[in-house]
Design a protein around this ligand. Structure first.
Ligand code: PLP
Length: 425
């Protein structure tokens, strides 16, 4: 599809003509011995935007100068801070601003959404998910079911890849929904799998579940800011995500939720706190919870303004770059890494197995490589050469070239290190 060439000249040319290349300068690239590292780990912790420090300093100054009045005073009172993030966040996830809210952290939000959307009845009490989803999601489901009085062994239905395959087939997921339609109360799973990098067919899964009036929620931890989603149009019921991976909002940065508009007036059960109470009357401190309209009504606690400030600064970069442009570069850049890995495999007898689907439509920027022989030795060699991916036991290397701060030249260099490694061994 693209005209890829495994040469430095080609890679440098791509960078020169890349309209997004100036965005590299918006990030602080970690260095070693005075040289920038090739950071392919945005799937775990995105890099620091240059604007983050300034955004933090601004709020530290408001705190310094106004104390408690910072909630109400100044150009941008803290009281409304979550609102400043809603527009750009809505664009990133294909939602209406009223459908999204930055709040809490991811696993907390997953529990909150389960409280609202898991409505078991005597016949329908099961939850469909995927086997080997991210551990925190598994623990959340297991313990959530227990606290609601169900045995997870009986209440959880898990879809697995077929024998000898790494990724899930959409047809299998749709089939399981069909098979268990009468007993399912909820479908909830990652939209982009953290380990394999596979994107699930979220619209198809949602459509199928809705045929049986089963609500659907996605954990978009690895999708948000990476793979474009259209949560509103796909009619997804709810979603949660974190902001410290591709959204570059800092370690433990604020999470976000999506609740589809059609649920806003539904009076769903929820675990409430004062921050979800109607804003105009919050400080009247009256008895009886009355939620704010939309996703905001799921807020519980006083937000961490410093985390929101960084989040907001980071979201501004996404708004400026545009998800469509980012995705266009991302497909090219990850496709280039795939092309180079194929060359290595061709030259050295397939030492590297790609677990991630080959088609761009079924993946984000991350490629997950299974390296059966000397995987850790290869990983350490990459690190020694300043290439930071991540290692997952027992034999997986994940490399995630991001379109905001990675370059074609960096991807080309990965190929050079691999070539050198396999030519020596
Ligand atoms: C990163 C990640 C998490 C982490 O959850 P926290 O509550 O932010 O610690 C959970 N689920 C998935 C799918 C993830 O990728």
């Amino acid at each position: 599809m693209y005209d890829y060439q495994n040469t430095l000249q080609y890679a440098q040319q791509q960078d020169q003509t890349d309209p997004l290349s100036p965005f590299c300068d918006r990030f602080l690239i970690p260095q070693r011995d005075g040289l920038p590292l090739t950071y392919l780990c945005g799937n775990s912790l995105g890099l620091q935007p240059v604007a983050a420090r300034e955004a933090l300093n601004r709020e530290l100054e408001v705190w310094q100068g106004h104390g408690v009045e910072g909630w109400f005073e100044g150009e941008e009172p803290w009281l409304y801070y979550h609102r400043y993030c809603k527009e750009p966040l809505a664009k990133v996830v294909g939602a209406l601003p009223s459908e999204v809210c930055p709040m809490n952290n991811l696993t907390v939000n997953l529990h909150l959404m389960l409280t609202s959307f898991y409505r078991p009845t005597a016949e329908r009490l099961k939850v469909l998910t995927i086997a080997s989803d991210f551990p925190s999601d598994q623990y959340a489901l297991e313990t959530h079911l227990r606290t609601r009085g169900y045995n997870p062994e009986e209440a959880l239905v898990e879809v697995k890849p077929r024998e000898g395959e790494y990724t899930l087939r959409t047809e299998d997921i749709l089939q399981v929904i069909d098979t268990h339609a009468d007993s399912l109360a909820l479908v909830v799973m990652s939209g982009l799998h953290y380990y394999t990098g596979q994107v699930l067919d979220m619209p198809a899964i949602t459509h199928q579940a809705h045929r049986y009036h089963i609500p659907v929620g996605f954990d978009l931890a690895h999708a948000v800011g990476n793979y474009p989603v259209q949560l509103h149009d796909w009619e997804v019921d709810f979603a949660v995500w974190c902001s410290y991976k591709y959204l570059n909002s800092g370690p433990g940065g604020v999470s976000g939720i999506f609740v589809h508009e059609r649920h806003h007036q539904a009076g769903l059960p929820r675990l409430a706190g004062w921050w979800g109470y109607q804003e105009e009357r919050r400080f009247e401190m009256t008895k009886g919870f009355v939620p704010m309209a939309g996703a905001d009504g799921w807020q519980l606690s006083t937000p961490t303004i410093l985390a929101l400030a960084v989040h907001r600064a980071s979201l501004a970069i996404f708004e400026e770059a545009g998800m469509e442009n980012l995705r266009a570069k991302s497909e090219r850049l990850t496709g280039y890494l795939e092309f180079i890995l194929r060359e290595i495999n061709h030259k050295y007898g397939n030492p590297v197995t790609m677990m991630t689907p080959a088609g761009a439509s079924e993946r984000g920027c991350q490629l997950s490589l299974l390296v059966e022989e000397r995987g850790k030795v290869l990983f350490d060699e990459l690190v020694r050469n300043g290439i930071i991916g991540d290692w997952r036991e027992p034999n997986c290397i994940r490399l995630a070239p991001t379109p905001l701060y990675n370059t074609f030249e960096e991807v080309w260099r990965v190929g050079q290190v691999l070539d050198h490694f396999y030519s020596q061994n």
